[in-house]
Design a protein around this ligand. Structure first.
Ligand code: NAG
Ligand code: NAG
Ligand code: NAG
Ligand code: NAG
Length: 955
């Protein structure tokens, strides 16, 4: 019992601590249209994702501390001045693919940190003078695919840091239109492709200082007829993209002084209609050209263009893709200076003899997307080659000589071919090979291809083949391999020790049949393991003890098990043994692997687990104790798992959990109080649950909208499944105000009570004013008393006699002679001793407080008289206040208790105290007066126990 409660205390402490540690209120909350991207790093930049959310205006609930906002693919038509107020930390803003036609001046004035602004594919027609005011740190501005015709001359004057300007596909017509851009002090790259330029003359541009421009993209200005650089305004220009220029009209060059282009190292042409002679002249004048792209230029190539190109001594990289010329290679015979050649997508069936074998400096050759049926013999001698891309051809076999001399090859891409068999010696000499891609072929076995090498291979992709059998030692020559993908839909058997020799394998993706026998004992370095279980779509039961395969994976960090198809459950019979060796496990995913919730001991040995995914499993019986051994869990995904309640979260102690996905479950009502047990939760996804839209979810809806820590993503999409009348409506649109009806009623009651109370008090004031006045005097008495006490004033009288006027006769006849005469007390009688002219209440107070005792002469008249009862009250007040016995009750007539009851105070006194009774004294008046004397003589301490006279014991 003690243990239990101390545990509970500990839990609470942990909860409190984690609450304190994790509270980061600025980070996350549910937004109307957007999600904050989740990041593992709590200090990472805040990225707001509103892409494709049918947003019509810039959302007004963008958190102030975001650094990126993605609003692409929405329906925004206009940017208003207030839209981006206060986002002073924003560095990236994406507004691509909207309908923005108008932007208020100075809309970005607060975005002083913004460095990147994307606005392509909108409807802007002009850039006004004050549009970009405030963007002092902007380096990249993308305004492509708009309808811009006009740029105000000061539009760019507020952009001192701007380096890259993209104005691709607009309606600019003259070089002078872009003058404001060219005046940018740090401009490096300008893209003005696909505009309506007909000519581009540098003499039309008036710049005070030469531009720092390095890259000019003027491509696809199909009407461009004249291009002339006659003034030295681009001394730093390195690259011009002329692709598509003069496509219809032809392009005239005017570059009289070749010095003006002396720094050009890169030129792109595509579809250009340039007179052959001009082209030749230009190419010959470029002394530094290194990189040339000539796409779709068959016409000029047929005329012998490549002969000119091959004469450029500085040329290193040549790209000839999209030239559909089967004989293209033959024209490259003299290009021996190249190091980088791209012949992809050229409809090539073979490389002609002698075409490229002379390129002894060639390091990279791209032959992708052609019709090669063999590895061309022409490349066998290219011993300098390091990168060879033969992807997407028609290769069917690989022979021993194919790569024989490529001793320096490091990257070989053979994916998307029809390779069905591999010679054992195919990769024999590739001693430097690091990356090999054989995916998407027709291989059904690997034979001996990897039994002896390649020794340096690090990355091997064999996925999407038809391999059905992995034999022992299939990969034993790959001692350097770190990544292996052998996922195959056709796998039927993986034999013992199939992965023998892979001492450095860190990452393995593999398919296993349900009856697998291999264990991964030899994979001591394995960190990431992804296993696909193949069931061929039929019901099958896996073998017993299969899980022993995983007993030795000591280094495993990320473990993923995915089963495609039906099965009767994996017999992980002693569940924790499967994970016992994996002390460093950080991530585990089981997709359609468990039939029911895993045993609660499953993760007993995996305290480092941070990510857990259990999907496609019936978790309706989930035991929260499953989570107790893994308190560091940060990411939990339990989607598609028949969860109908979240109660387990209250006992799972998931104090570190940040990211929770529970999509596609059977949650109808969410009790929001469970989230108190997840103090670190910032991201919650509950999409696709059959929510009930009634008051049972009102608390949850309220929490979604108002909590300022946990972002409930995509809430705007959550639909109502019940009740039928709400179907098709959205959960968040449900009117929770109506649920506070009861509270409203309470409210009504409360205010009613208030009104009644007010009425009552005025009533009381009106009719019981007097009593109130008395209470006030009672209070004064208290003050008086305190004052007196402080002064310690001596008593003037021995007793104050309180009596009714009807009993005056008795007092004067019987009492006075005995007490004043015989016994010698000094008495205070109000008829005799009250000061005239003084308020009666003051007289009473004075009398009581200046007498040692108060004798109440009680009769029926006395009780009925207000004054007297008040005198008693005041005296009894003194009694209780001073803890002194000042009151002597003297009953002049027998009064039954029942008649005392209206005088509750009197009854109380009579009950608590003894009293003297005149009628009972009868003839023995002497004894009576003796008792009175004794009462007057007693000290001041209350005498509850002494009984001066027998009398009726009250009630
Ligand atoms: C602008 O950029 C500079 C350098 O990148 C940086 O030091 C400065 O803080 C930035 N200004 C603002 C307002 O973010
Ligand atoms: C395991 O996978 C993660 C990414 O999921 C990667 O960062 C890590 O480098 C991988 N480890 C190895 C050894 O490949
Ligand atoms: C855990 O999940 C997060 C978010 O999905 C991911 O970024 C991270 O790489 C995962 N870590 C591991 C160890 O699986
Ligand atoms: C929600 O859960 C708490 C305990 O976690 C419980 O006290 C409360 O009654 C529940 N509310 C509803 C509406 O079920």
């Amino acid at each position: 019992m003690g243990c239990l409660s101390s545990n509970l205390t500990k839990r609470r402490l942990v909860l409190l601590l984690s609450l304190l540690l994790h509270l980061n209120p600025s980070l996350a909350y549910s937004l109307k249209n957007c999600n904050i991207e989740y990041s593992q790093d709590p200090l990472a930049d805040v990225v707001l994702d509103c892409v494709q959310h049918k947003v019509v205006t810039v959302p007004d609930d963008i958190p102030r501390d975001v650094s990126s906002v993605k609003l692409d693919n929405n329906l925004i038509e206009q940017i208003n001045r207030k839209d981006f107020g206060n986002l002073s930390k924003l560095r990236f803003l994406g507004l691509n693919f909207n309908y923005i036609a108008h932007i208020d001046d100075e809309s970005f004035i607060h975005l002083t940190s913004l460095t990147i602004l994307h606005m392509h594919f909108n409807k802007l027609t002009k850039l006004t003078g004050n549009l970009f005011r405030g963007l002092s740190n902007l380096t990249m501005l993308d305004l492509g695919l708009n309808e811009i015709q006009f740029i105000h001359k000061s539009a760019f004057s507020f952009l001192p840091s701007l380096q890259t300007v993209i104005l691709y596909n607009n309606k600019l017509q003259q070089a002078a239109d872009i003058q404001p851009v060219l005046q940018l002090p740090h401009l490096q790259k300008l893209v003005i492709g696909s505009n309506l330029f007909t000519s581009f003359h540098t003499k039309d541009l008036l710049l005070n200082v030469p531009s720092g421009l390095q890259v000019l993209d003027i491509s696809y200005n199909v009407k461009l007829e004249n291009f002339s650089i006659t003034t030295p305004i681009f001394p730093h220009l390195e690259m011009i993209d002329f692709s598509g220029c003069g496509e219809h009209t032809g392009l005239n060059w005017d570059i009289p002084d070749k010095n003006l282009l002396r720094n050009i190292i890169q030129l792109y042409f595509n579809l250009a209609l340039i007179p052959f002679k001009d082209f030749q002249k230009v190419l010959e004048s470029l002394d530094s050209l290194m990189h040339l792209r000539l796409n779709n230029m068959e016409k000029l190539i047929t005329k012998g263009l490549l002969a000119t190109v091959c004469k450029i001594p500085t040329l290193r990289r040549l790209e000839l893709y999209y030239n559909h010329d089967a004989n293209l290679s033959a024209k490259l015979v003299t290009c021996s200076q190249l190091s980088d050649l791209d012949l992809s997508t050229t409809h090539m069936t073979e490389l002609s003899n002698g075409s490229i074998r002379s390129m002894q400096r060639l390091r990279s050759l791209n032959l992708e997307v052609n019709f090669l049926t063999n590895v061309p013999g022409e490349i066998r001698s290219l011993s300098s080659l390091t990168i060879l891309n033969l992807s997407d051809n028609l290769l069917s076999t690989l022979g021993c000589e194919d790569f024989m001399n490529m001793k320096h090859l490091t990257h070989l891409d053979l994916s998307k071919n029809r390779i069905a068999t591999l010679d054992g010696c195919a990769f024999e000499n590739l001693n430097d090979l690091k990356v090999l891609d054989l995916s998407d072929n027709l291989l059904w076995t690997f034979g001996d291809a990897f039994k002896t090498g390649p020794p340096m291979l690090e990355f091997l992709d064999l996925s999407k083949n038809f391999v059905s059998l992995l034999e022992r030692g299939d990969f034993q020559g790959l001692g350097s391999l770190t990544y292996l993908d052998v996922v195959s839909k056709k796998i039927g058997r993986v034999k013992h020790k199939a992965f023998e020799g892979l001492m450095n394998l860190g990452n393995l993706r593999v398919s296993l049949p349900l009856e697998y026998e291999n264990n991964f004992r030899e994979l001591q370095q394995l960190e990431n393991l992804t296993v696909y279980f193949n069931t061929d779509g039929i019901f099958k039961s896996p073998l017993e003890n299969d899980h022993k395969s995983f007993y030795h994976l000591k280094s495993l960090k990320v473990f993923t098990l995915i089963c495609e198809g039906y099965h009767f459950g994996f017999p992980f019979d002693v569940p924790m043994y499967m994970f016992q060796a994996m002390k460093h496990l950080e991530g585990f995913t089981a997709d359609n692997v468990y039939i029911a919730a895993p045993d609660r001991n499953t993760f007993q040995y995996n305290p480092q687990l941070k990510n857990l995914t259990i999907r496609e499993t019936d978790l309706s019986d989930l035991d929260p104790e499953l989570f107790l051994p893994i308190p560091n869990l940060q990411v939990l995904d339990l989607s598609y798992s028949k969860l109908s309640s979240l109660d387990f979260l209250a006992e799972a102690d998931l104090y570190e959990l940040r990211h929770l996905t529970l999509t596609n479950n059977e949650l109808t009502v969410i009790n929001e109080t469970v989230f108190h047990y997840l103090p670190a939760l910032i991201y919650l996804d509950l999409d696709n649950n059959p929510f009930i839209c009634d008051c049972s979810n009102a608390g949850f809806i309220q929490w979604v909208k108002s909590n300022n820590q946990t972002q409930v993503v995509n809430t705007y999409k959550y639909m109502c499944s019940f009740p039928v009348a709400e179907q098709g409506n959205k959960l968040l649109d449900f009117d929770i105000q109506s649920c506070w009806m009861d509270y409203g009623f309470l409210c009504f009651i409360t205010s009613t009570c208030l009104v009644v109370l007010t009425l009552l008090s005025s009533f009381i004031y009106h009719f019981l004013r007097w009593q109130l006045a008395y209470a006030f005097h009672l209070f004064l008495a208290f003050l008086y008393d305190s004052r007196k006490r402080r002064k310690g004033a001596p008593h003037r009288y021995d007793a104050f006699i309180s009596y009714n006027v009807h009993d005056e006769d008795w007092v004067y006849r019987e009492m006075l002679p005995v007490l004043e005469g015989e016994q010698g007390w000094t008495l205070c009688l109000h008829h005799r001793d009250f000061q005239p002219g003084k308020p009666i209440i003051e007289n009473i107070t004075d009398a009581i407080y200046s007498s040692r005792k108060t004798i109440c002469v009680i009769s029926r008249h006395y009780l009925q008289s207000e004054w007297c009862s008040r005198e008693i009250q005041m005296a009894s007040f003194r009694l209780f206040d001073e803890q002194k016995d000042v009151l002597i009750l003297l009953f002049l007539e027998e009064i039954p208790a029942r008649q005392l009851s209206p005088y509750y105070r009197m009854r109380k006194l009579v009950k608590r105290r003894t009293y003297l009774s005149w009628p009972q004294a009868g003839q023995h008046t002497g004894v009576f007066w003796q008792n009175v004397r004794r009462a007057l003589e007693t000290g001041d301490a209350p005498t509850e126990t002494t009984d001066p006279l027998t009398g009726p014991a009250g009630c």
